[in-house]
Design a protein around this ligand. Structure first.
Ligand code: 5GP
Length: 201
């Protein structure tokens, strides 16, 4: 069976990444979203095993030392990481796997996994970014300014990514289709299509 590919989508807070990824998965249910583990508490509406695996710091550190994380990082004062086994199994079953993770984890994966494709989603400018962060209304002022600064730092790392997709206000649908276009194009790369040649000789 043809192995699936790995796609990293990073978008700083305010990039609209959550909505875009939801649109992408809704329109293309054959894609598999990897569910991350985190030590942060669930936000209202989030549930364990759906949005994240919400685990304790001790359990997270156990998983790191037993090699169960494909990558992990600390963001704010919490750990976030990608469970290795689930990703490997889904790819082996032929699924394209989507990782919705921040830049540090994205760079770890680019180094570790040949062919992993990194896509950065960004807001169009700093003003839109700030409006979106304030509009969410779920975070304290301290968290908002920290996220704003962090978002700017993350966007500066765009050149390390393979693709960038700009999310204008109301543009989630278009971004999801842009990302799907990237996924389709990656599958057409000649490293994956070489077996065709044999059919001609
Ligand atoms: P949030 O707390 O808003 O859900 O996520 C905070 C940040 O952590 C986001 O940028 C999100 O993409 C990132 N993140 C979520 N899961 C993972 C993960 O498994 N690994 C890494 N490196 N970052 C993650």
């Amino acid at each position: 069976m043809k192995k699936g590919l790995l796609f990293i989508i990073s978008g700083p807070a305010g990039s609209g990444k959550g909505t875009v990824v939801n649109e992408l998965l809704h329109a293309h249910p054959e894609l598999k979203l990897s569910i991350s583990a985190t030590t942060r508490s669930p936000r209202p509406g989030e549930s364990d095993g759906v949005h994240y695996y919400f685990i304790t710091k001790e359990e997270f550190e156990d998983r790191i030392s037993s090699g169960k994380m494909l990558e992990y990082t600390t963001y704010g004062s919490n750990y976030y990481g990608t469970p290795l086994k689930e990703v490997e199994e889904a790819m082996a079953q032929g699924y394209d796997v989507i990782l919705e993770i921040e830049v540090d984890g994205a760079m770890q994966i680019k180094k570790k996994i040949n062919g992993a494709v990194a896509i950065m989603l960004t807001p169009p400018n700093a003003e839109v970014l700030e409006n979106r962060l304030r509009g969410r209304g779920t975070e304290t002022e301290d968290v908002i300014s920290w996220r704003l600064e962090r978002a700017k730092e993350e966007i500066k790392l765009m050149p390390e990514y393979d693709y960038a997709v700009i999310n204008e206000d109301g543009g989630a649908n278009k971004c999801a289709e842009d990302i799907y276009g990237i996924i389709r194009a990656e599958h057409k790369k000649t490293i994956y299509t070489r077996s065709i040649i044999e059919k001609f000789i």
